[in-house]
Design a protein around this ligand. Structure first.
Ligand SMILES: [Cu+2]
Length: 177
């Protein structure tokens, strides 16, 4: 996939905002193209027994050379508490905005993606953010994200607490186009 942005130098925000719809569509297509065709075989999430509160496991961000563009972040969430919680927002210093998104595939195989207001995690339960499903969409990136980079994420929970996690950037795997 190539950048939808024109090959220009630093540009003001106005053209970027005008392109926001296009960028969104491109990011959605890129996200869904990596959808795992059979994720149901690995739905078990190994949560640590000795943890408290909320723990975040295996956080990673898809590396991208598209500065000013978008990418997605994924992780597993374990809720060790006795109360259900929701992830209600997220932020990172390297992106202008972060949204919670859900990718779904219709019975006819049509993949679509939409913002969701929160991501619930049951008491004693877990949730998985993974390609083809829920993810964080990092938008208006401050620059490129190279494989191996560490991306700091701050998650805000419905109880007002925040959780900091470092996500490791990984290259897009086996992409031919
Ligand atoms: Cu998305």
């Amino acid at each position: 996939m190539t950048s939808p942005l024109p090959a220009a130098g630093p540009s003001p925000f106005a053209p970027l905002l005008a392109l926001a719809g296009l960028l969104f569509a491109a990011a959605c297509a890129g996200e869904s193209a990596d959808a795992d065709p059979a994720p149901s075989a690995q739905t078990e999430i190994p949560c640590p027994d000795d943890a408290e509160g909320v723990s975040i496991l295996g956080a990673w961000v898809r590396a991208t050379s598209n500065a000013n563009g978008m990418t997605a972040a994924y992780f597993n969430v374990c809720n060790h508490g006795r109360e259900a919680i929701e992830i209600v927002s997220a932020s990172t210093p390297i992106a202008g905005a972060v949204e919670l998104h859900e990718t779904s595939r219709s019975a006819g195989g049509v993949v679509s993606m939409r913002p969701i207001s929160s991501l619930p995690v049951a008491a004693g339960g877990a949730a998985r953010l993974a390609p083809g499903g829920a993810h964080l969409m990092l938008m208006r990136l401050a620059g490129e994200i190279a494989a191996g980079d560490s991306v700091p994420l701050t998650l805000t929970l419905s109880n007002g607490e925040t959780v900091d996690v470092a996500a490791t950037a990984k290259a897009r795997e086996a992409t031919a186009h």
